[in-house]
Ligand binder design. Structure first.
Ligand code: UD1
Ligand code: MG
Length: 457
């Protein structure tokens, strides 16, 4: 059965108090709407339509960057969830099959849950609504089930006392044949407390047509919607707790798991060790047996097997750390490719660089990669030794097995096996230090004597 997703993302999100549209706020470095898209993508839908409204341009460019095949629909005025789904009509022209409606502000729905809804469709349900037992049903729509069938959904604002006592609530996720859903939506009115076109009203209409509507149940945690910064922080904490647990279950050691932050796309091999207070931004892959030492920050990088990064390292996008290589304390790298066994152990900036296997980059080495307008590359050959406090003024290449003298400012290529020295020649002046010190001490004594005379007087 072919499937399309409709993701509702038109709402303003007033309680975020933000210029950024609500669905673009991030959990684990991925916008909320991206989480909904990812859950749906696992079902390999034929089409995915995102309904935009508030901040439409920004939402549109974000979702298209995440998936260029996403189709966009626009809801100029937010007249309710049924009206929002109806806006997806043009984008679903010519599609036949099931549609699943998701909310862009609800990041934790699991693909398995959506698959369970699809399974209910296959076993004869016409409309499947995802429900949950709410600890505090509050403002949620109530699912009214009679004889095992869902007969209607009542919004809290329109509910009677008896209906408000129902704890089985609507998550908002709904699955049905698209043509059926579309036809039902056309019959929905707005004669209710909010004067909105409720998607939930299609259930009552479907049931009175004799269609079989059912509830698929999930944990309340999955249906958590984000409406405020506090809820966003709670969602982040929830994500991190689950990601840490999963990382450990898959064979990573986290010495102090609560202090480690992972991203939505972090990939860890087995026997990876992550020490306390490590932050992994988006796009980090760590191979088997690597160690991320305390207080390091990594993003957009690959760490090879058995490599050691940190403590106190900053590994920026485009860095590839070869197998067994080392990046030590107070080292920053960006767009740098470190060969197998290369070492940058202390106090360096290595950007836009190719560092050969087993090269040793001395403390305080800086690649001068930026001339104020353009970025330039530095190449260091295999087994090269870069002396302490070398400035590598790019574009420049140091050959295989070559060396640079400590304190050099290297502006020209150093051939393979050569030693590049680029600093003033040392000159020793015999006895000059002693004579200078004597002169200074004599001056100090004279000044002190003058002081005494003036204070005596
Ligand atoms: C909705 C459901 C309610 C359910 C609850 C779960 C309806 C009528 N009610 O209520 O049964 O328990 O979600 O959280 O469906 N949106 C649009 N365009 C609109 C209106 C909404 O895109 O015109 C989007 C919002 O941005 C949001 C989602 O749809 O992502 C839900 O809308 P919201 O106003 O939060 O609905 P609730 O009142 O919470
Ligand atoms: Mg809501």
């Amino acid at each position: 059965m072919s499937l399309s997703l409709i993701i509702l993302a038109a709402g303003r999100g007033t309680r975020m108090v933000s210029d950024l549209p609500k669905v673009l706020h991030e959990v684990a470095d991925l916008p909320l709407v991206g989480h909904a898209m990812a859950a749906g993508a696992a079902l390999r839908p034929e089409r995915c339509v995102v309904v935009t409204g508030h901040g439409a341009d920004r939402v549109a460019s974000c979702v298209q960057a995440l998936n260029p095949e996403v189709r966009l629909a626009h809801q100029a005025e937010q007249k309710g969830t049924a009206h929002a789904v109806a806006q997806a009509g043009a984008a679903l022209d010519g599609f036949s099959g099931d549609a699943i409606v998701l909310y862009g502000d609800t990041p934790f729905i699991r693909p398995e849950t959506l698959q369970a809804m699809q399974a209910r469709r296959r076993t004869g349900a016409d409309v499947v609504v995802l429900g949950f037992e709410a600890a505090e049903p509050g403002r949620y729509g109530r699912l009214i089930v009679e004889d095992g069938s869902l007969t209607r959904i009542v919004e809290a604002k329109d509910a009677t006392e008896a209906e408000l006592a129902v704890r089985l609530c609507n998550s908002g996720v709904i699955c049905a044949d698209w043509a059926t859903m579309r036809a039902l939506i056309d019959r929905v009115g707005n004669d209710n407390a909010s004067k909105e076109y409720y998607l939930t009203d299609i259930i009552g209409l479907a049931a009175s047509d004799g269609l079989h509507c059912v509830v698929e149940q999930c944990d309340e945690a999955e249906t958590m919607g984000i409406n405020s910064r506090a809820e966003l922080a709670r969602a982040e904490a929830t994500f991190q707790a689950a990601a840490r647990t999963q990382a450990m279950a898959e064979g990573a050691t986290l010495t102090a798991p609560d202090t480690v932050f992972l991203s939505h796309d972090t990939r860890l091999g087995h026997d990876v060790t992550i020490e306390p207070h490590v932050v992994l931004g988006p796009g980090v892959t760590v191979a088997d047996g690597a160690r991320l030492r305390a207080f390091s920050h990594l993003e957009g990088c690959e760490v090879g097997s058995g490599a050691v990064v940190g403590p106190y390292a900053r590994v920026r996008p485009g860095t590839r750390v070869g197998a067994g290589a080392r990046i030590g304390n107070f080292v920053e790298t960006k767009s740098a490719n470190l060969g197998k066994g290369a070492k940058i152990n202390h106090l360096s900036y290595i950007g836009d660089a190719e560092i050969g296997a087993d090269a040793n980059i001395g403390a305080g080495t800086i690649t001068c990669n930026y001339d104020g307008v353009f970025k330039h590359r530095t190449e260091v050959g295999a087994g090269a030794f870069i002396g302490t406090n070398t400035a590598l003024v790019a574009p420049v290449a140091v050959g295989a097995g070559a060396m640079t003298a400590a304190g050099s400012v290297i502006t020209a290529d150093v051939p393979d096996g050569a030693l590049g020295i680029a600093r003033a020649q040392q000159v020793n002046k015999p006895g000059l230090a002693r004579r200078l010190r004597e002169k200074l001490l004599a001056l100090k004594a004279k000044l002190a004597a003058n002081d005494n005379i003036s204070s005596d007087g």
